[in-house]
Design a binder for this molecule. Sequence first.
Ligand code: NAP
Length: 312
Amino acid sequence: MNKKTHKVMIIGSGPAGLTAAIYASRSGLEPIVFDGMQPGGQLTTTTEVENYPGFENGINGPEMMEIFRKQAMKFGTKMLFEMITKVDFSEKPFKLWASDKLYQTESVIIATGASARYLGLESETKLKGYGVSACATCDGFFYKDKDIIVVGGGDSALEEALYLTKFGKKVTIIHRRDNFRGSKILADRCKKHPKIEIQWDSVVDEVLGEQDMAGVIGANIKNVKTNKITKIPCSGFFVAIGHQPNSAVFKEFIETDEKGYIKTKNKSSFTNIEGIFACGDIQDNYYQQAVTSAGSGAMAAIDVEKWLAKNE
Ligand code: NAP
């Protein structure tokens, strides 16, 4: 058992967690960051980030997170490639478990973000890893000169569709309404792109294929206005319909909204438990930007520092 009680432990290593780590380490709090399932967070599954201030020519998502990580480590942050599987926030010091390894800490910053959602179709689940994916950056390469479907109408779907045109012969966006939720600039690029076709008012009825070499071979797409089902051939089927917060491990102790996003108090990072703070997408169902996540990471570190000073 590790009996040392740390000052602050940060769960999650996306822009929020790593910014909190930069601030906390510069304040001498010697933070420990648990990397989690996806070190670097969601940005490691995106391509070009064009809207993060300071990178005039854009920057590749994974590269940006590597810079964040190095900056945090430069000031003494310790990174652990571990996943927190259980917590006990009922008394101080707080307890965190990474499998059977126990850690104790005076405060915690939760920055576990959100993960990609799937449609929930049986055929989709069956073909995950056989052509069904939620990460164009990870899997786009496999669909060189092939037909690809992207489901969704938000920025993620638009960005993924544009990225996938680098590989695919044709990219069909399936969107359930007749206009995009995503930003105008990305929507315009998709509408004008010669390789992109858009199926409006359409939902996926079934993903077609088998768990063999061929994998996905197409999808039955239903027009919600006419109820007509059309088979669209494809080899890659990408789902980009938003995210769900990674808050399950904390739910016994931490208050969330009905979707599972952690509730923070009065625009701060304070949660319902004194000493437990939250930042980034895990507590933000609205802005969900790298830059807003990073900003809330800074807020969490400042809140922790002040809270520790007051409670010492
Ligand atoms: P989002 O904005 O919530 O969009 C999800 C899309 O999926 C919506 O168009 C939604 O349709 C559709 N959808 C949801 N559930 C569905 C279902 N069961 N079946 C079919 N379609 C479904 O999620 P996101 O695109 O992941 O973006 C999340 C946040 O990150 C946003 O704030 C976005 O601006 C940001 N983001 C920014 C960038 C960028 O700036 N470069 C890139 C990626 C993400 P409806 O429109 O009908 O609801």
